[in-house]
Design a protein around this ligand. Structure first.
Ligand SMILES: Nc1ncnc2c1ncn2[C@@H]1O[C@H](COP(=O)(O)OP(=O)(O)O)[C@@H](O)[C@H]1O
Ligand SMILES: [Mg+2]
Length: 251
């Protein structure tokens, strides 16, 4: 596949009268890690949710992993394909509390990919080791720290062997001392060449790991480019203001 992993042009999204995305353009190439930044309420989650069809778009073009999401009549087959190939990691982990870590990991591979239990468990253990939690297979989510839960959630996404991973503020629910371990796992994925779109307030992560930063403001992509450029020498005033506020928060 040579086309962009994600391509959007004049993409619009309204909730009733509220115009959240007002005709935005951009693309994410395969192997790219794009950090999506911007103030609370500017539409970051909305954009990410459009990428995997948790939201339908209101207008414009959106093609994700070769699937045209601009059409209101997406076939069930295409939607299924999209959901399998595009993973999403949420702020709140969304693990099943009554299931062991390993069962959380094998559920979708068994149900959706129709792997045998043994195959799914082998895969589950592989990705659990990848996120540094090999010894937690038989634990329950409640027995884990927030950082460990999020690493399990990432392993669960990896078990589907997706082409694209979307992260919506994956460290925002964590105690500060647990943020690093999750970012470290994400850094490893980036080095492995995973295509990632990451909504984050972690400017250091964006600077060190992202291949590109996209600054959303008032419904448009106001600035995008190399993180070292964009984050150290922002051109637009709103990004300058945003970054100085973020730096004020950073310890
Ligand atoms: N399902 C929804 N229905 C109505 N309004 C929504 C819905 N989801 C988000 N919004 C509104 O859209 C705007 C953008 O929200 P969101 O994408 O969650 O912002 P961000 O993730 O950047 O904080 C906000 O004003 C929010 O209140
Ligand atoms: Mg959000």
């Amino acid at each position: 596949m040579t086309e962009a992993a994600i391509y959007f042009a004049n993409l619009r999204k309204n909730y009733g009268d509220l115009s959240v995305l007002q005709g935005i353009n951009g693309q994410i190439q395969r192997g790219e890690v794009v950090a999506i930044i911007g103030s609370s309420g500017c539409g970051k989650s909305t954009l990410l949710r459009c990428f995997n069809r948790l939201e339908t778009v209101s207008g414009g073009q959106l093609v994700v992993n070769g699937i045209d999401l601009s059409t209101p009549n997406l076939s069930a087959k295409s939607l299924q394909q999209l959901r399998v190939r595009v993973g999403m990691v949420f702020q709140q982990f969304n693990l099943y509390p009554h299931m062991t870590v390993l069962d959380n990991l094998t559920l979708s591979p068994c149900k959706v990919l129709r792997l045998s239990k043994a195959e799914a468990e082998e895969r589950g253990r592989f990705y659990l080791a990848k996120v540094g939690l090999a010894e937690k297979a038989t634990s329950y989510p409640d027995q884990l720290s927030g950082g460990q839960k999020q690493r399990v959630a990432i392993a669960r996404s990896l078990c589907m062997q997706p082409d694209i991973l979307l992260f919506d503020e994956p460290t925002s629910a964590l105690d500060p001392e647990l943020v690093g371990e999750v970012l470290e796992v994400m850094r490893t994925l980036a080095e492995d060449g995973m295509t990632m779109a990451v909504v984050t307030h972690e400017m250091q992560f964006a600077r060190e790991v992202a291949s590109r930063v996209m600054f959303l403001n008032q419904g448009v992509v106001e600035e995008t480019g190399d993180p070292r450029e964009v984050l150290t020498n922002p051109q637009c005033e709103r990004l300058q203001t945003f970054l100085s506020r973020m730096n004020g928060l950073e310890v």
